[in-house]
Design a protein around this ligand. Sequence first.
Ligand SMILES: [Zn+2]
Length: 343
Amino acid sequence: MWYTTGMAQVAPTRTDRKNPTRGTASESRFSLMEFMREFPDDDACLEHLWRTRYAVDGQHAECPRCKVTRTFRRYVNAERRQSWTCTTCGLHVHPTAGTIFHKSSTSLQLWFYALFLITSTRCGISAKQLERELGVTYKTAWRMFNVIRNSLMAETDIAPLSGTVEADETYFNRSRRNRLEEEYRRHGAGPTVGERTVFGMVERQGRVIVRHVPDATAKTLSGELDLHVLPASMVYTDMHPSYQRTGRHFNHGRVNHTAKVWVDGDVHTQTIEGFWSTVKGGIRGVYHSVSAKWLQSYLDEYAWRYNHREFTPRRPGVRREPTGEAKFRLLVARACLPLAPKP
Ligand SMILES: [Zn+2]
């Protein structure tokens, strides 16, 4: 023996096949194996909900009827009731009540797996792909997706943007001919109308708000700006005529794209343009096309990804999309909360 007794003995480097470990190269991935280990069945998912919503230790929770902390137990019965019972007053507490899982005929584990799949890709996953992965009907897969986007990813209560904000309007799913006409009108007569008109506002180094709007008139766009941007902010736009009066409510800078000026010192709209290219590339690649009816929910998904970017040690100062695991945990945490009442 040539090591001293104080030294830790080096563990044998044999691979334990019953307990696979994550390869160092896949730091950004929460693998399917890890998911399955944490959520092997419906019971594990239900337990997760129970602990997240009510009982950190799995046993003690504040009883809504007794109004004090009580011991809860899960009694195993024939119907396998999805509830925990207060051992003092007998009240049943259902961890799924009020959440997206409530009254769903789809199993909890499938729901969790759908959350895993959606967050394990960078630019989304189609309902068709979800259908294949989950082994459910297309209709079910599509509905699950819709619920996840509309209830978990839509940030309806987002605080107004401030500081330096770039604003821009864009159009989705337009034919080339329409686009040319658009360009023509844009530099000529002014306001344009398209059924897939989208308006985006983004803080530099911050959050994005995207809205599917009826048109790109000055009235519509300034209404959105007033609603989502604080008055003292610096707003940068292009020369679109609808922004002519933006300076009345905000500090306003414009960049003249028609004169081939893209960046003039601090005045540019590169951040929002970058966001558009991500969304358009994603929608083209994953979803192919999006109907006007569901456009907002797709936009919400991309905005959610963008707004949950974080600083990582690898590239200091640059906010990047979180790892699949971080996104998954964020979404699961949101899924454990009761749904906000419909406005
Ligand atoms: Zn009680």
